[in-house]
Write a protein that binds this ligand. Structure first.
Ligand SMILES: *[C@@H]1O[C@H](CO)[C@@H](O)[C@H](O)[C@H]1NC(C)=O
Length: 256
């Protein structure tokens, strides 16, 4: 398998040198660090090159032979272009973290597949809707925060039996009615802040023991459900909505 990684190495040398310093063809210190990290990990099932300055497209054309690859982490770098659909062809992939780059375009529909558990694409410039097939998988963590995603993810991301523990969709342009959404019981982290979510705060949240909860900066309205686990959420979690009322906010009677 290590043979299939060698073209990847060359691709990155080429692209970082040409994009960053075309005159001298010299790699900067960050590029060198990235290359050393990749070199050290050749043939491993996990590729983690966090915090290095890889620039240009995701080099997955060269990952095609890496069928054993389980983990792909290229975060806080300068990856640009779209997420290649060919990532869906790596059968053992279960952890993808491409956060903190400059990725554009839509999320490929087949990306979450097989054993997939962790999808972390936060802090990019991704657009379009969250692919509808994602809810069918036993996914643990979905962090798509700080992008420009649109549409209604509720039918497929939220289901009462799913084992998802973390959903962060904050800072997008999602539009849906939250009233009847059934949130997974296992959920411990839910951040939907800074979207265009309307309706009421979902009653299903009463049965979810959230350690982090935030629906601020949306268009929610009406009485906040009371009881069970709702008591642990402070007023900050509901800030800047259209017309929410009831504990921990002021009571609903009184003209609201
Ligand atoms: C909720 O989210 C908003 C917007 O993302 C953020 O400014 C605020 O600090 C968050 N509050 C809590 C309690 O997490």
């Amino acid at each position: 398998m290590s043979n299939s990684w060698i073209p990847l190495l060359f691709l990155i040398v080429f692209s970082t040198c040409t994009t960053n310093s075309p005159a001298t063809m010299e790699c900067d210190a960050g590029d060198r660090a990235a290359l050393l990290k990749i070199k050290a990990q050749l043939g491993n099932p996990d590729l983690d090159i966090t915090g290095t300055s890889i620039s240009g497209p995701v080099p997955v054309a060269y990952l095609a032979g890496a069928t054993g690859l389980r983990t792909l982490v290229i975060s806080d770098s300068k990856l640009a272009g779209s997420i290649p659909p060919s990532l869906a062809e790596l059968p053992n992939l279960r952890y993808v973290d491409l956060s903190g780059n400059m990725l554009t375009g839509t999320i490929p529909p087949g990306l979450v597949h097989g054993e997939f558990r962790f999808l972390i694409l936060s802090c990019n410039q991704l657009t379009g809707e969250i692919p509808s097939c994602y809810g069918g998988d036993d996914i643990d963590t979905v962090d798509l925060s700080h992008n420009r995603l649109t549409g209604d993810p509720s039918p497929f991301l939220f289901g009462i039996t799913r084992p998802t523990t973390k959903i962060d969709l904050s800072w997008n342009e999602l539009e849906f009615d939250m009233t009847g959404v059934m949130f997974p019981h296992h959920l411990r982290f839910l951040d939907l802040s800074h979207n265009r979510i309307a309706g009421k705060v979902a009653k299903s949240l009463m049965d979810v023991r959230l350690e982090h909860f935030n629906v601020s900066d949306n268009e929610l309205c009406g009485e906040i459900p009371a009881g069970r686990f709702m008591a642990s959420h402070g007023a900050d979690c509901y800030a800047r909505n259209r017309c929410l009322c009831g504990t921990p906010l002021p009571p609903c009677n009184g003209g609201l």
